[in-house]
Design a protein around this ligand. Structure first.
Ligand code: C2O
Ligand code: CU
Ligand code: CU
Length: 550
């Protein structure tokens, strides 16, 4: 066996049982937390020799050039296509890409200047593009049923082959978000807007400066699509941020961290029930809690190394993994831990910097960090390590200090003055949502409030402009993400938020057995949005809900 299933269903249910017992007997939180597993998911083992760490240079994703900047709008074009890429040295790996690269090309946007991205789908399956963390209209938010069909794919609305498949499926185990061909998403969702071959996504860019990311969001198939490479970075910048004097240019480095596993022939390994990703969603039994890889990629390179000056650097970090959580630290050759000075969270700059020794990051979370290499000797190395990993997944990447250099960057004590101040007493409503394993149409599923996702059902209706408090409760690790709005963490485990909860977030990492409260104002646009778990396998297996802003 080359695979190492980490958590079986029995173990999963076991955790649920433990939690139930905790609640019933009133065991202390500390006792419950001491049993907290480090990971949720099972690790795939690569079947190909893996390269040594810190040899492959860190790639920097290309910045996409607009095809036009006239009329006050920047226009971009992105073609989604399959290419063979060299991820492991000397090995060709077929990937699904934006513009032939992984990560996809970076989009650089300026606050207040709208952009339109025309995506063209030349992949063999439907796609959907979502700008994660973007404040955008519902029509450009990448709703999972708003498919862009490739050439030749039957239109769900014509009732051609997708209809037949649906009839077949309903004869066996009924119709569900889990069991049908993806074409059904459009059929069961009367509001879906399906296009053929291309779709324009328009982003107002009316939001705080930060690093967003775009990724596939196709109903039932998001996890394998991201795994195959459909993810890229998208920056929003503004004058206030530029004026801060933070490290910039070559001293600002985007880092997209993602784990993967490889087959003997160089293909990506993934335990899909239907490897063509056409009809049948889902993963094989040992991986229902999430798919972990044994290779850590940063910007698409395995355990890379990056040459730097002995100076301050700004690291823009995204965890683009499907299910893996990391706890990052920066360690010198002599075992010294460098400070991680956090200046921003998912939704932009913090009010003031927060200094960490290590920093947990869940799928879809981002951090904006300053790391100072000034005192590291030239020729020395700083490794970025993952305290939650074991064996080779303990390493992430390294920086090699190449030379002394002048540095006129600063970390101002006040970074942002535009932080919202929402108070519990402002809340029009308090809601509670449990994120738990459960049964869904006779199978294992992941549920919010006891229900699996149904695009045709409105789960939550909020009034535009209302402040609400949401209490989120988890059985295992669930990184919970809200579309459209940023939020603040009000409490965690009934106590003060943790240091890394600072700032405006769009994803909060709930740990096993944990509850947290978040507060936000639902403003921006009316319409249909989503909230969901960003463990991508959980998301595909039902852990998503509709949020109607009216
Ligand atoms: Cu990053 Cu709804 O997703
Ligand atoms: Cu999102
Ligand atoms: Cu989850």
């Amino acid at each position: 066996m080359s695979e190492n299933p980490g958590m079986t269903r029995r173990q999963l249910l076991g955790i649920g049982g433990t939690l139930a017992l905790t609640a019933a007997t009133g065991l202390s939180t500390a006792a419950a937390l001491s049993r907290r597993p480090a990971a949720t998911g099972a690790e795939l083992r690569s079947a190909i020799p893996l390269p040594p760490a810190f040899r492959t240079p860190l790639p920097l994703p290309p910045v996409l050039k607009p095809v036009s900047t006239s009329g006050g709008v920047d226009r971009y074009e992105v073609t989604q296509r399959e290419v063979k890429m060299e991820i492991l040295p000397g090995v060709r790996t077929p990937m699904w890409t934006y513009e032939g690269t992984f990560p996809g090309p970076t989009i650089e946007a300026r606050r207040g200047r709208p952009i339109t991205v025309t995506h063209r789908n030349e992949l063999p399956v439907p796609t959907v593009v979502h700008l994660h963390g973007g404040r955008n209209t519902p029509t450009s938010d990448g709703y999972p049923a708003d498919l862009v069909l490739p050439e030749g794919w039957p239109n769900p609305a014509d009732g051609t082959s997708a209809m037949h498949q649906m009839a077949d499926m309903s004869g066996t185990d009924g119709m569900s978000a889990m069991s049908g061909p993806s074409g059904m998403a459009g059929m069961r969702d009367p509001r879906a807007v399906v296009t053929r071959l291309t779709r324009d996504y328009t982003f107002a860019t009316d939001q705080r400066s930060t690093m967003l990311w775009y990724h596939d969001h196709r109903m039932d198939f998001t996890a394998p699509a991201i795994w195959r490479g459909l993810a890229g970075l998208h920056f929003v910048r503004d004058d206030a941020e530029d004026a801060l004097g933070l490290p910039a240019g070559a001293r600002e480095v985007p880092l997209m961290i993602a784990d993967r596993a490889f087959d003997a022939d160089g293909k990506l390994k993934y335990p899909a029930l239907d490897p063509s990703l056409r009809d049948r969603p889902g993963v094989r039994e040992p991986y229902l809690a999430g798919v972990l890889g044994d290779v850590i990629l940063v910007n698409g390179a395995p355990w890379p190394v990056h040459e730097v000056d002995a100076a301050r650097y700004r690291l823009r970090i995204l965890n683009a993994s499907n299910a893996r959580h990391y706890e990052l630290e920066a360690v010198t050759d002599d075992g010294r831990r460098l400070d991680l000075v956090q200046i921003g969270a998912d939704q932009g700059l913090l009010a003031t910097p927060v200094t960490h020794r290590s920093l947990p990051i869940a799928p879809a979370e981002r951090y904006d960090l300053i790391v100072d290499f000034t005192d590291v000797p030239v020729g020395g190395r700083v490794r970025i390590r993952n305290r939650l990993g074991s064996g080779r997944t303990r390493d992430v990447m390294a920086f090699r200090i190449a030379r002394k250099a002048a540095d006129d960057s600063r970390i101002p004590p006040v970074l942002a003055r535009d932080m919202p101040s929402w108070h519990r007493s402002d809340a029009a409503r308090v809601r509670e949502f449990a994120f738990r394993a459960g049964r869904m149409h006779g199978r294992h599923g992941w549920l919010i409030g006891g229900r699996p996702f149904d695009p045709a059902r409105t789960d939550v209706t909020v009034n535009l402009g209302d402040v609400e408090v949401w209490r989120l409760i988890a059985d295992v690790h669930h990184p919970v993400h809200l579309h459209l709005v940023g939020f603040q963490v009000l409490s965690r485990g009934g106590r003060q938020p943790l240091a890394h909860d600072a700032g405006l977030k769009d994803t909060i990492a709930l740990r096993p057995g944990e509850s947290a409260e978040i507060i936000t104002r639902f403003d921006g646009y009316r319409g249909r949005y989503l909230f969901h778990c960003h463990n991508a396998e959980h998301e595909d297996m039902g852990m998503m809900a509709n949020l109607e802003i009216g």
